[in-house]
Write a protein that binds this ligand. Structure first.
Ligand code: ATP
Length: 375
């Protein structure tokens, strides 16, 4: 196993598409890093650059202290698991697992030992005699992971390995991947567009948008202190409400307004907002921080609107509200509060839940609720 280090790694395709702006990233030996971002943000390109399936326009790839970016894929000591597991259909599971070792000329006894060990690790020993078509989707994905593991590579690259599985199986295999990482102590770089997957698996999560690294942090920090509006809106289910806000210098300090409702600026955020008076800012409030009903004295922002849709989730509900200022807000509310679509509604947020983002989309002031969170 080994650490992975990317230095100024960039990719522009011949047609001019900048798939990846220069990026620095380090995954320590035995670390688990997730690349998270929407479709087309450059995640797969980054993995392919590390694997050697794509040539970088600039930058370096280091694995275990060895520079590998000019080496062919087979000399890099990485194994990649793709979303379409691509097993050999005519080979039994055993032979699918043994194949990468045969290609490398590993002697038969050693091959057998490693195939058995990996099969035991993944709980697929009873399946060794089956053909891929005789397996379920989850079992096939386990075999595909086994084929990567059996090579004992320095770095594992996983490209949306769960995306072809149904919801229940995803949760199951996700837990298996986490356990596998603990047991093997391998260095993992894992790509997904699913923020829940990223938050549950990653020790560190790198959020990409249009080929640019937005933030690299542990899951708690991403949630509590999103560096940009993009991260704030992407992480969370639903993501943070992001509302255009106007800030003016008032007689008694900065005054703000968002979605047609005044915002009482908390003491700890006054200096930052005063410095941005007149600027177009964004107010951020997590759906789980919004409440419905008659606002109490501590309410700092009380937007009014009409309930557009309700998603009932059993223990709670997500209520979508369209405000008079034509802003759409999501509120995660307890399931017992009966709210019908079309009903007028007052929402409110406490002062401790307000985030502010600057005109460039970067975080200006986190919510006081996030103060205890790691930086
Ligand atoms: P997805 O989640 O949909 O797989 P992704 O984040 O993995 O997306 P990439 O496949 O890395 O995204 O693509 C990043 C960008 O580079 C996209 O705009 C894509 O259209 C572009 N791209 C990818 N391969 C090529 C290519 N061979 N030539 C030109 N542009 C490409």
């Amino acid at each position: 196993m080994a650490e992975l280090r990317l230095v100024g790694l960039a990719k522009r395709f011949p047609d001019g598409t900048e798939a990846l702006a220069p990026l620095d990233l380090e995954v320590p030996d035995g670390g688990f890093c997730v690349l998270l971002g929407p479709s087309g943000c450059g995640k797969t390109t980054l993995l392919r650059l590390v694997a050697g399936l794509e040539t970088p326009t600039a930058g370096e790839v280091w694995i275990g202290g060895r520079r590998v970016d000019s080496l062919p894929p087979q000399a890099r000591d990485v194994a990649m698991v793709f979303q379409d597991y691509a097993l050999y259909p005519h080979m039994r599971v055993h032979d699918n697992l043994a194949f990468p070792l045969r290609m490398r000329g590993v002697p038969r006894a050693e091959r057998e030992r490693r195939v058995r060990e990996v099969a035991r690790l993944l709980g697929i020993e009873p399946l060794l005699g089956r053909l891929p078509r005789e397996l379920s989707g989850g079992q096939r994905q386990r075999v595909a992971m086994g084929r990567a593991l059996v090579r004992e590579p320095a770095v594992f690259l996983m490209d949306e390995p769960l995306s072809n599985l149904d919801a229940r199986l995803r949760v199951e295999v996700r837990a298996e991947i986490a356990a596998l990482h603990r047991r093997t102590g391998g260095t993992f770089l894992y790509v997904t567009h699913d923020q829940v997957e990223a938050m549950t698996l990653g020790e560190r999560v790198a959020v990409l948008e249009r080929g640019r690294l937005q933030q690299l942090a542990d899951p708690d920090t991403l949630y509590a202190r999103p560096a940009t509006v993009f991260v704030a809106g992407f992480v969370g289910s639903p993501g943070m409400n992001l509302v255009p806000a106007r800030v003016r210098a008032g007689a008694a300090g900065p005054e703000a307004e968002a979605a047609g409702a005044p915002v009482r600026v908390p003491e700890g955020q006054r200096a930052v907002l005063a410095a941005h008076a007149g600027a177009a800012l964004t107010l951020g409030v997590r759906p789980e921080a919004l409440r419905a009903g008659q606002p109490p004295a501590e309410a700092a922002w009380c937007p009014r609107g009409r309930c557009e849709a309700v998603e009932r989730l059993g223990h709670e509900q997500v209520v979508w509200v369209r405000t008079g200022a034509d802003v759409r807000l999501a509120a995660r509310l307890p399931a017992r509060e009966r709210i019908g679509a079309g009903a007028p509604l007052v929402l409110w947020a406490p002062a401790s839940a307000l985030y502010w983002f600057g005109p460039d989309g970067r975080l200006l002031a986190p919510a006081a609720d996030a103060a205890g969170a790691p930086r």
